[in-house]
Ligand binder design. Structure first.
Ligand SMILES: [Zn+2]
Length: 162
């Protein structure tokens, strides 16, 4: 039986829900960035940020990392990634997989906000990773993934690979 691709509107629906808003506040508080983070925006990122079109989510800091601006979600990419994840987790509901993925991405990005707040990010900007493998393995990405995984591990392990 063929599985229909997840509709992007379902991603938007979750990201704009009260449930996700409440979760965002909780995570921001727990990561001690609730003074910086107050809103979540989403959009099809390839329009405004063409170099980010392969990212599921990303954080925008002002030039030279002087201030934090916002966390963005690439709704189209998240929809297709949910389909990929769901194929490995058929025992779960697809909307549940979507929620875990979006929650994971939020925690990952807010960990970067925390790194920025603690000034850890300065080194990152002076010495940017040169290729995607280095990027994924750099300490800031590893820490962001570990934080997100630890946060959600009691709920589900379906996003461990990020
Ligand atoms: Zn990251």
């Amino acid at each position: 039986m063929a599985i229909l691709p997840l509709e992007v509107s379902l991603v938007v629906k979750y990201i704009t829900s009260e449930e996700f808003k409440a979760f965002s506040k909780e995570v921001a508080k727990n990561l001690n960035v609730d003074d910086l983070f107050s809103s979540v925006e989403y959009q099809r990122t390839f329009e405004k940020y063409p170099h980010k079109q392969n990212s599921l989510a990303f954080t925008i800091f002002s030039p030279n990392y002087k201030s934090f601006q916002d966390v963005y979600f690439n709704t189209k990419k998240i929809a297709s990634e949910t389909d990929v994840l769901y194929k490995k987790h058929r025992d779960l509901e697809k909307e549940y997989v979507l929620k875990v993925l979006v929650d994971f991405l939020l925690i990952h990005e807010l960990t970067h906000v925390s790194q920025f707040k603690n000034k850890d990010f300065e080194m990152y900007t002076y010495n940017p990773p040169s290729n995607s493998r280095d990027y994924e393995n750099n300490e800031f990405e590893v820490k962001a993934n570990d934080t997100a995984y630890d946060y959600l591990k009691d709920r589900s392990n379906c996003t461990k690979k990020y």
